[in-house]
Design a protein around this ligand. Structure first.
Ligand code: DGL
Length: 290
């Protein structure tokens, strides 16, 4: 095992969305240490433009490497992956860098009707990376693509405001209903959308609303688990898995986790508590990133 194997894995997102990926990472890699950055002071990324998102990605990657000596980086944000993963890899050529992209290929394998919905941010959908991903599969199914302006922001507010206030939660539900309605008919009958790709890590936290709106016949696909498996593969290949990774362990060892935010601390604490059942003490402010 490499000496750096004991170092943490850095994970980041524009806000709390990447916590859905962190959950999958912890389940797949229970012996690892993680440092998570929520860049909430600069969210939402999806409506900021590539140059801004690339600049934030570099700042956060540098911070995690210099201050936390991470051994690997997981970009738990589709928008940042699309805008800046290539640069992040060339900036740190020796470090495993894992990105996330909308699950178009798994959707093709899963769909029976051949009609697939994709929800993501403007930034992701407008990127060259998404265009090449789509080009690989677009002759294998019909894709109904929906940019969901405001949805990540609404999810951020609904999760982090005191006990998910009714008004902010209603806004998440309203936007989910509005965007899915714009996509057409969902269901398993011919011509209907039977598979919905959640192409933004925040949208995982609206899955209950989407299921309520769309019913039981529609499959929602997210990408946390494949990203976690890919992270394991890259760590293994680099001989960087933490000691004990081949055995079993109980996930959720709080000692092994640090959650940092460039935005308000209480908001991250509320999200960590609500989605990962974590105590407030694992959260701290990353003043250097504010
Ligand atoms: N969670 C992010 C993603 O996966 C972006 C949300 C945002 O900040 O717009 O794309």
């Amino acid at each position: 095992m490499h000496a750096a194997a004991a170092a943490p894995i850095g994970v980041f997102d524009s806000g709390i969305g990447g916590l859905s990926v962190l959950q999958a990472l912890q389940a797949e890699l229970p012996h690892e240490r993680f440092v998570y950055v929520a860049d909430s002071a600069h969210a939402p990324y999806g409506e900021r433009g590539d140059a801004f998102v690339a600049e934030r990605t570099h700042a956060i990657a540098d911070f995690l490497v210099q201050q936390h000596h991470i051994k690997a980086l997981v970009v738990a944000c589709n928008t940042a992956t699309a805008a800046a993963i290539h640069e992040a890899r060339s900036r740190f050529p020796k470090m495993p860098v894992v990105g996330i992209e909308p699950a178009l290929k798994p959707a093709v394998a899963h769909s029976q009707t051949g009609r697939i919905g994709v929800m993501a941010t403007n930034g992701t959908l407008g990127s060259a990376k998404f265009a090449s991903l789509l080009a690989l599969v677009q002759d294998q199914a019909e894709f109904v693509i929906q940019a969901c302006k405001g949805l990540a922001h609404a999810i951020e507010l609904s999760t982090t405001q005191a006990a998910a206030s009714d008004a902010s939660h209603t806004e998440v539900h309203r936007l989910c209903a509005q965007y899915t309605q714009a996509m057409g008919h969902f269901g398993k009958a011919p011509g209907q959308i039977d598979t919905l790709v959640l192409g933004c890590t925040h949208y995982v936290f609206a899955a209950d609303d989407l299921r309520q709106i769309l019913g039981p016949d529609v499959t929602l696909l997210s990408t946390g688990e494949p990203v976690a498996r890919q992270t394991r593969r890259l760590l293994e290949a680099a001989d960087l898995l933490a000691e004990g990774s081949l055995g079993s362990a109980s996930a959720g060892d709080h000692e092994r986790l640090r959650l940092l935010t460039s935005g308000p601390l209480d908001a991250l604490q509320a999200a960590a508590q609500r989605w990962l059942q974590l105590p407030a003490q694992v959260c701290a402010q990353a003043e250097a990133l504010s």
